[in-house]
Design a protein around this ligand. Structure first.
Ligand SMILES: [Zn+2]
Length: 133
């Protein structure tokens, strides 16, 4: 699921996942005090520190994704017609997960060919003729 999505969406998924793990570690650490009393305080400390590091890491990923999305190229997906954002030369559409590329060398079908073909190929590789602004 994660690997079959657009890069920006993948970053967001990992950011969310790390936030959840961080919060989970903090909760577990605090629960350590309840279960083991005095001895659990060390466990709680480790859990809180690890949780904090994980959450800071997830914030960094979110920030990075935000920075990347400002440099992403907005293209209209030839498959579903929606506006999506691309990172790098090849990325997947955010909505229908069609592989889009701006490199004519690795494209197996161009936007014009796709249009002529109609919407008959749901899993076809496609190229967009859009150029970076
Ligand atoms: Zn699409």
């Amino acid at each position: 699921m994660i690997f079959k999505s657009a890069k920006i969406n993948a970053f967001r998924t990992w950011g969310l996942l790390l936030t959840m793990i961080g919060m989970g570690l903090m909760v577990l650490g605090t629960a350590g005090i309840v279960f083991w009393g005095q001895a659990g305080k060390i466990f709680a400390g480790i859990g809180l520190v690890l949780g904090l590091i994980t959450m800071v890491g997830s914030m960094a990923i979110y920030f990075w994704a935000g920075m990347l999305s400002t440099s992403a190229v907005q293209v209209q997906c030839p498959e579903c017609g929606k506006l999506t954002k691309m990172l790098g030369k090849t990325d997947r559409c955010m909505f229908c997960h069609t592989i889009l590329t701006q490199d004519p060398g690795i494209a197996t079908i161009t936007a014009d060919e796709l249009e002529a073909q109609g919407k008959s190929s749901p899993q076809g590789r496609s190229s967009t003729s859009s150029q970076p602004r």
